[in-house]
Design a protein. Structure first.
Length: 282
């Protein structure tokens, strides 16, 4: 055998050995990068917020109580006192759901395994709201497989900026009266700036009344819920001697009614004293 033939056999043998090694060796699996903990927390909190908004919009009270703690359940009805699940479900079952939509969730911050916060902007009815939401771990017994491990513990309201180009209406709140500096504005976004010169707390409760339905009909209505002829738009409490703002967005053209249904010292709604006003969105 010549030296050339020996070299060829050697090369072929090495090639066969390399091929056999390649077949027998496992294919290397690419190493997946660890998920960014901030991005993961953002996704988890966003999922909770959007699920809660959907359940509130649909009137699914039972699931709301699984997504939110007792403190927040009370805050949903303007109370500083926590509501039990049974209390919340009993009240919520009597009320028409108000549409809720999450606009954004920002500045997500973790405080360890037992707390997280985020700045949440949402639209309730037609009211633009911004609040710092605090989240806590959801009880394991309330979680089904693959459900998010967080629930909403409570919120702290924050100032909200009006959309660019929003119309503005100044509202002077007196003893049993609203005085508006203008009653026709261009939409779809409107800001009501209330100044309460009275000695009592009042609310700027904005409603849309069905054709032919009046505030006198509203006063005659019974029960905790608004009548079906009335659509909730937004509301803000303005305490005695202070100012308050109500930012409304996406308003359709038409007439809107503002009332105060807070009770006077005798338990009669201030609306009965004539505390109402209307404005038109063009």
């Amino acid at each position: 055998m010549s030296g050339g033939e020996s070299s060829i056999i050697k090369v072929e043998g090495e090639a066969e050995q390399a091929a056999a090694t390649a077949v027998s060796s496992p294919v290397a699996t690419p190493v997946q990068p660890a998920p960014d903990p901030v991005e993961l927390l953002d996704r988890e909190l966003t999922a909770v917020a959007e699920s809660l908004a959907a359940c509130l919009s649909e009137g699914d009270a039972e699931t709301v109580t699984q997504l939110a703690a007792e403190r927040y359940l009370g805050q949903l009805f303007g109370s500083s006192v926590p509501f039990s699940r049974d209390q919340y479900e009993a009240i919520a079952s009597e009320l028409t759901p108000i549409p809720v939509r999450i606009v954004s969730l920002e500045d997500v911050t973790s405080s360890g395994d037992d707390r997280a916060t985020a700045l949440v902007t949402q639209i309730v009815g037609n009211q633009l709201l911004r609040a710092e939401w605090t989240f806590e771990p959801a009880p394991s017994g309330d979680r089904r497989a693959r459900e998010r491990p967080w629930r909403l513990a409570g919120e702290r309201q924050q100032p909200v900026s009006a959309p660019p180009g929003a119309a503005s209406i100044d509202v002077e709140i007196g003893d049993g009266s609203f005085t508006l500096d203008q009653t026709r504005v261009s939409g779809p976004d409107v800001v009501l700036n209330g100044t309460n010169d009275s000695d009592e707390d009042h609310e700027m409760l904005v409603l849309r009344l069905a054709p032919g339905y009046t505030t006198a009909d509203l006063l005659r209505a019974s029960g905790p819920d608004l009548p079906r002829e009335v659509t909730y738009i937004g509301a803000a409490t303005v305490t005695a001697g202070n100012e308050g703002h109500l930012v409304l967005v996406d308003l359709e053209p038409g007439e809107y009614t503002m009332v105060c249904l807070f009770p006077d010292p005798d338990g009669i709604p201030y609306l009965a004293q004539g505390m109402e006003a209307t404005f038109t969105v063009k």
